[in-house]
Design a protein. Sequence first.
Length: 226
Amino acid sequence: MQQNIDEVKNVLNQNGYSIHTIICDVMKQFNFATLCWKCGITKQSGFSVTEILTLMIILPLMCIKSINAFYGSKFHEVTKMKKDVIYRLKNSERFPWRRLLYGVAKKFQKLCSNPEVQDNTAFIVDDTIDVRVGDNIENVSYVHDHPTNNKGPKLGFNDLVLGFFDGKSITPLDLSIHKEKDLPRDKRKKQYKKECSKNSNGAKRRKECDIDKITNSLAQVSSKMA
């Protein structure tokens, strides 16, 4: 993975580009600020939502695994943004991140897709193990990783993603997070649980964590075909 990233960096440097410049240009093409506004993802003051999300998108491209790792490295000098600004945005239960993802997907199809519908278009549902460290994380559970069947269950979540294959590429349309085998009761009692409004997007996501993946897959497909 690191070697591949280095190859990308070499091409960017040879052509006088930077990852930051490319991400900013893409955000302008997608009119990302407007997409956020239409979804209701806004801030009243300080750094804009677009500025914060731009930094978050750049991190994995720089092989930085977390916000904490970014602020522990020399790269944090490129911004005056404090890490609490990012955490407040990430932890808000109000924001409809799934609606934003769908808005980005529709914009991508409008910008890049062939207007002719291909015969082999299809919805694709995929689940991926999201391994975590620490059993105090809210709703974390033991999940089964089929590719490494002989290594036993792992602590984490099951990420379910609905994608649309247009004949050339796959665009993610929706996502949900699921748990599998509960931890022992004494450990579940110690898990963090954030107080949030019962009608908020965060509360809906919390309830969805207990829904089985097949049921939720059908619901996701139905909502996109409506």
